[in-house]
Design a protein around this ligand. Structure first.
Ligand SMILES: Cc1ncc(COP(=O)(O)O)c(C=O)c1O
Length: 397
């Protein structure tokens, strides 16, 4: 007899058949032998974690943890910002973030995902066309779907000519252009100078989701991401980012002009109708930013490690696409091979998630490495040796 759940069983079965079925793993952080060395466990197995967005290794920083613990007075604000959840530390964080992005103002959201939904859906009206890079993150895609825009135009990845053609085609429309700074699944960098030029010419609102470049790329002592790296920070109307990547904390934000900020406070549903981030998490982010300002060499040392790792992987013969960042995809293509490769790496004590459809297109499956500064070079040498061995076994190199 047919049941109301039949379609769910069928879809799950299809996911298994297509090798895109997903399962949760349990992670654990352990201090070994009472010393300060921290080990990472997944499903009770000690592994080198090459899948953390804590790029600079700040999430376990003793100084930041202590300040965060001391700020912990209640678990949660238990209210939205506009009711009774606002507090002095969130406001302080927003001032720091505005300054960090050379914007007039900033608005903290519970996550980067919600910042994208909140900003793009609030700013777009039925008179707008949104121009979105084809490799933009799921949160941007969802934000476009949620918007009231009359049209969403997807331009080919980083293809400035295509973007120009689409802008011309929609010249009668109001326009919003949205791109990532560093692309989350490929690690390559947006042509932001050209994109911002087009935004000026076509009078488009320019939104940059810089979640993966924030606090990693940019000027020494600030690391304000890709807009700062290209010297176009002031041309960006809204900078969107996550606090749970380069900063190793939690939350999201949108930095913009006073006008846009005031509008978001009044219109952005993902800001208005949800609880404020807990105050101690705002303190964590404030402390992490101040830590980075005092430790200006962290990013430089990190990039030395990244470039050394690029060289190793390309010498071995892997296809790592066009990455220029800490996100390094080993592009394999086939979903099954990628999943098996990832499982076998796990046996060697290395965790690299197999990224498959719908996160990337079918046939573009990959092992997506995100390098983390706390991984030692000796560990990376071991990783390269294991990748080399398995790469040969699976005939990828
Ligand atoms: C490009 C991009 N934007 C936004 C987000 C969401 O950030 P958060 O994890 O803070 O929700 C992610 C998360 O991976 C991302 O990759």
């Amino acid at each position: 007899m047919a049941s109301k759940y039949d379609y769910i069983y069928e879809l799950l079965q299809q996911y298994r058949q297509k090798n895109i079925y997903r399962e949760l793993l349990i992670s654990e952080i352990k201090k070994e032998d009472g010393n300060n060395n921290i080990s990472f466990y997944l499903n009770k197995k000690k592994v080198i974690n090459l899948c953390s967005n804590d790029y600079l290794g700040l999430s376990q920083n003793h100084f930041i943890l202590t300040k965060t613990r001391n700020a912990l007075k209640q678990v949660s604000q238990c209210s939205s910002r506009l009711i009774s959840g606002n507090n002095i530390n969130i406001e302080k964080l927003e001032k720091i973030l505005a300054n960090h992005r050379t914007s007039e103002n900033a608005l903290v959201y519970p996550t980067g995902y919600m910042a994208n939904l909140g900003v793009i859906s609030a700013l777009s009206t039925c008179e707008h066309t949104i121009f979105s890079d084809s490799l933009n993150h799921a949160s941007i895609i969802d934000a476009c779907r949620l918007s009231k825009s009359k049209k969403i135009e997807i331009f080919k990845h980083k293809d400035i000519n295509h973007l120009k053609i689409l802008l011309q085609k929609n010249s009668q429309s109001k326009k919003i252009i949205v791109t990532e700074g560093v692309f989350s699944m490929d690690g390559d960098i947006a042509n932001l100078q050209e994109v911002s030029e087009l935004a000026k010419i076509y009078d488009a609102i320019l939104i940059v989701d810089d979640a993966h470049a924030d606090f990693v790329f940019g000027n020494v002592g600030n690391s304000g991401g890709i807009p700062e790296y290209y010297g176009v920070a002031e041309d960006v109307d809204v900078h969107i980012s996550s606090l749970s990547k380069g900063l190793g904390c939690f939350g999201g934000y949108a930095a913009s002009s006073n006008l846009i900020n005031e509008f978001l406070v009044n219109k952005s549903r993902q800001f208005i109708y949800t609880s404020a981030i807990p105050e101690h998490l705002a303190v964590a982010a404030i402390t992490a930013i101040s830590f980075l300002k005092k430790n200006k060499n962290i990013q430089k040392r990190f990039f030395e490690k990244i470039h050394w790792f690029f060289d190793q992987l390309t010498q071995v013969g892997f296809n790592i696409g066009n990455t220029s960042s800490q996100i390094i995809p080993i592009i394999i293509g086939d979903e099954k091979i990628t999943t098996n490769f990832s499982k076998e790496l796990f046996k060697y004590g290395i965790f690299v998630q197999a990224i498959r459809y719908p996160t990337v297109a079918f046939g573009k499956a990959r092992l997506r490495i995100s390098l983390n500064n706390s991984i030692e070079k000796s560990q990376l040498v071991y990783v390269v040796n294991c990748l080399d061995k398995l790469g040969r076994k699976y005939k990828i190199i």
